[in-house]
Write a protein that binds this ligand. Sequence first.
Ligand code: 5AD
Ligand code: SF4
Length: 447
Amino acid sequence: MSQNAPPRYVHLETFGCQMNEYDSELVRSLLKRDGYEFTEDRERADVILMNTCAIRENAHNKIYFELGELKAIKKQRSLVVGVLGCMAQNLKDELTKSQPLVDILAGPDAYRRLPMLISDALQSQERGLHRKGLAVDLSEYETYDDVLPERNDGVNAWIAVMRGCDNFCSFCVVPYTRGRERSRDPEGIVREAEQIVAQGFKQITLLGQNVNSYRSGNWDFARLITAVADVPGIERVRFTSPHPKDFPPALLEAVADHPHICKHIHLPLQAGSDRILDLMNRTYTAREYRALVDRIRSMRPDIVLTTDIICGFSSETDAEFDETRRLLENLRFHAAYIFKYSERKHTIAARKFPDDVSEATKTERVTQLFDLQRRISLERNREYLGMTVPVLVDGDAKRSSSQAKGKTDGNITVVWDKTELSSAPGALLPLSIYDASASTLYAHRSQ
Ligand code: 5AD
Ligand code: SF4
């Protein structure tokens, strides 16, 4: 942007996963470098960017709804609209044809080109032209290693240590929207962790679509997470999302033993039937998954395990669904995210396996698992009653500003009255748990 021009205001909205939140921090950093200002207020913005998700159909629907709203604003005044992220990458043709109001499409590997795309779009609009700016090439190398994200949360800082995914689970669009796996160099990551701690952040979450397949030279994920957790002053280190296939003993030992690595593993199961797991290309059987859970729990009985499940994948029978239900009942996760299968364009499943389980059956299966898991989560959370646990303070609770919230080491939300104990975000408090719901623990000040 030219030095003397008045600042241009960008409004950025983020949808989807933590990697998208992180990418929005990169985008803010890249645009601020170029002189753009950010505003929370849509009305004030010269440019509205949406960082989008493509993982399930309802993620798309949200964006189409937002685009409908922007159409009304754009009728009244000049405005540049950009769609970033996974949906831009995956639906470039459809979005270019069906959404004339979109001026810019930029995929997850193209954010360095955003300043140029935005300035071209602003100029083209001033001249009454409506040229579209497209940047949707995937890269084998882009890791934004040198871009320091513009972080806004004061407690947790994300670091993407790898990008992309080579697993090609047959249902998943990520390998097509985020491209091949590539890892950042470890020295840069550890240096960034040191800076983050010096800025006062208490927790670091290492991110990657397939985070535990991190590899750079002779560094694997176990070595990397240990080096980050060894940074003096760091309180907690988390990671997400891992694949069950990449848990060598050294990683399990690091999680079990390192005092600063949180005792929580999110371990996506997806299904309990071996035939469905094979169709999904998950590369493990239910028995192997269960053996991994047993190994983890034998090393660390207090660990919190959470999972993802997909219901109604192509050709899943009632009996196969029942295998998933029984495994979920048996493994007693602290929490599970349960999804209806949503066919995604370009995926192996979309090409090879018909989406033939009816919507009604998917709904019925999701509801069954949801009810089952809610009961288990409640039982699990009630195990904390009477215990005193360290809680890292996040800030105000969602429901009321007279309550504060924080997280246990195992990532369970804890809520307490500020009259009991008021504390600044980032403080680590011992709290005594007196009540539990399926999603939340309730605490008093510990005596
Ligand atoms: N349909 C439903 N759920 C999906 N997930 C990924 N792709 C799909 C899809 N096509 C779920 C998986 C994954 C989580 C992030 O989202 O359970 O672990
Ligand atoms: Fe998708 Fe599977 Fe890669 Fe996870 S591991 S991002 S589910 S392809």
